[in-house]
Design a protein around this ligand. Structure first.
Ligand code: GLN
Length: 509
């Protein structure tokens, strides 16, 4: 239904120009001016989702989305002028939404209808955002390719003909959906890189806020001391708008931060003249794909041309991040996932002899291989006699890593590097080698361990046409500063405005 597409979009199509992605900010202006209605917009996105073959969604809530859009239009007619009123978005299937299927990418929750709504989603609904549906993800957010989903893998819309690439993970469905124009923005979660790595693979802006910024209530727990919700968008300006709607103190999450509400858009346009950017040598080792290295170096030059000052800094313990994470995250997961036992909700084995047999069969049938691997590693690391050798040691490394950031931020305002060591890879190429898969998050995990805000922005393309992400890490609670640098960079470059080949196909269908 191109007739109901926003006008700027249609005209670009008619002029046969490359279609640049439509942003939340542009849609917001068109909704405000009355050029389009939320119902029209929602219908368009629902149709695009239906036509898409990327497997980006696990479930689509067409009826409730249209009802929410109608309510938004009615509020708009009564004078409500909220910038996000009536904007459709997609949500990672890790967030509970009352009355909707919430699977977390797992068979064990294939029949779980959430009885309540996650605070992040409730906050967004309160501001009038429309929920299009729930996006595909690695099971319980464990993975970097979306190949660990019970609901099948997702295709990266940047795949070229003949080679199907992964969208990254675990928020792979959200990233593919936004990159393909199936939603203008989506929510994700990031425990070790699951917003930023798929953002890098799909040419999006991905923001992991400071730990505690967004409530974890109603977000299915993977590793509670690391999990954080955040947006996947085309631009930093959109990420700021979305974060405004997601963040906030919540008494139902004991780790939620009781800080005054902030407007994360307020510093977007500030000059970055004199901003000191730290370049840790540890993020530019010889293992880095040379094309990624040169793209990231060029991006850092662009920041310099805007007045930023680049300084060498050191994060000497960053090589310990991955080993520390792969003890702490599985340990917390083994505890969090013990609730999935077939008793109260979710899948239950049909045949069993006694209670213990029921637990065993339910969990054997319900969990996939990667989740089982993490539960076993985590249970081992927490077991009596091993706790001090593994879990306690990993927590000490975590402290060292956080201290490194504290020292680095005495010398610089933000830290930059590549988001991932290499661009998106073909389906199946790393599934047999868990360590190769884990290495995808080598640059993103340190920020999770230290609880810091971090973002990935599109920064260029390899010769094969694959997007590369620039990673920026900020001091605790400095999302506004982080978004300012990303926004200024995006004003200077147009990488984030390039549309995926898969998105154009969706549009012309
Ligand atoms: N890929 C990492 C893992 O598998 C991170 C996942 C995440 O951030 N949820 O644990």
């Amino acid at each position: 239904m191109l007739s109901t597409l926003p006008r700027t979009y249609t005209s670009k199509l008619q002029a046969n120009l490359p279609v640049s992605p439509i942003t939340v900010s542009e849609l917001s202006a068109q909704l405000r001016s009355g050029e389009i209605s939320s119902v029209e917009l929602t219908q368009d996105y629902l149709q695009r989702i239906e036509r898409s073959e990327l497997n980006a969604f696990i479930s689509v809530s067409a009826d409730s989305a249209l009802a929410e859009a109608q309510t938004a239009d009615a509020k708009r007619a009564q004078g409500d002028d909220h910038p996000l009123l009536g904007i459709p978005v997609a949500h990672k299937d890790i967030f509970c939404i009352e009355g909707t299927l919430t699977t977390c990418g797992s068979k064990i929750l294939h029949n779980f209808i959430a009885p309540y709504t996650a605070t992040v989603i409730q906050n967004m609904q309160n501001q009038g955002l429309v929920s299009l549906g729930k996006t595909n993800m690695d099971e319980f957010a464990m993975g970097s390719s979306n190949e660990n989903s019970y609901y099948g893998s997702v295709t990266n819309p940047w795949s070229s003909a003949g080679e199907q690439l992964v969208p990254g993970g675990s928020s792979g469905g959200s990233a593919a959906a936004v990159a393909a124009g199936l939603a203008p923005a989506a929510t994700g979660t990031d425990t070790g890189g699951s917003i930023r790595q798929p953002a890098a693979f799909c040419n999006l802006t991905g923001l992991k806020p400071s730990y505690g910024r967004c409530s974890r209530y109603g977000m299915i727990a993977f590793a509670s001391s690391l999990d954080q919700a955040g947006p996947l968008t085309h631009t930093a300006a959109d990420a700021a708008l979305l974060l405004n709607s997601m963040a906030g103190f919540d008494t139902r999450d004991a780790t939620s931060l009781d800080t005054p509400a902030e407007d994360f858009t307020r510093h977007l346009d500030d000059s970055i003249d004199g901003l000191i950017i730290g370049m840790p040598s540890e993020f530019f080792s010889s293992d880095l794909d040379p094309e990624v290295a040169s793209i990231v170096e060029a991006a850092i030059k662009s920041l310099e041309s805007l007045g930023a000052i680049v300084k060498q800094v050191s994060l000497p313990n960053s090589h310990l991040a991955l080993p520390s994470y792969y003890v702490i995250a599985p340990a917390e997961a083994s505890s969090n996932l013990s609730r999935f036992d077939g008793v109260r909700y979710g899948h239950r084995a049909e045949q069993y002899t006694d209670l213990v047999d029921m637990y065993t069969r339910t969990r054997t049938e319900g969990f996939g291989d990667e989740v089982k691997r993490r539960i076993m590693i985590g249970t081992y690391a927490l077991s009596s006699g091993y706790y001090d050798a593994y879990y306690a040691q990993a927590q000490k490394l975590r402290r060292l890593i956080a201290d490194d950031f504290n020292s680095a931020f005495e010398q610089c305002d933000l830290i930059v590097g590549p988001t991932t060591p290499a661009p998106a890879f073909p389906h199946g190429s790393k599934t047999e080698d868990p360590v190769a898969m884990y290495l995808n998050d080598i640059f993103t995990i340190p920020a999770n361990l230290a609880g810091l805000p971090a973002a990935s922005t599109p920064a260029g393309f390899t010769k094969a046409g694959l997007p590369v992400g620039l990673h920026l890490i900020g001091p605790y609670l400095q999302e506004a500063k982080l978004l300012n640098a990303v926004h200024r960079y995006q004003q200077e470059t147009d990488w984030h405005l390039r549309s995926a080949p898969g998105a154009a196909a969706t549009e012309s269908a």
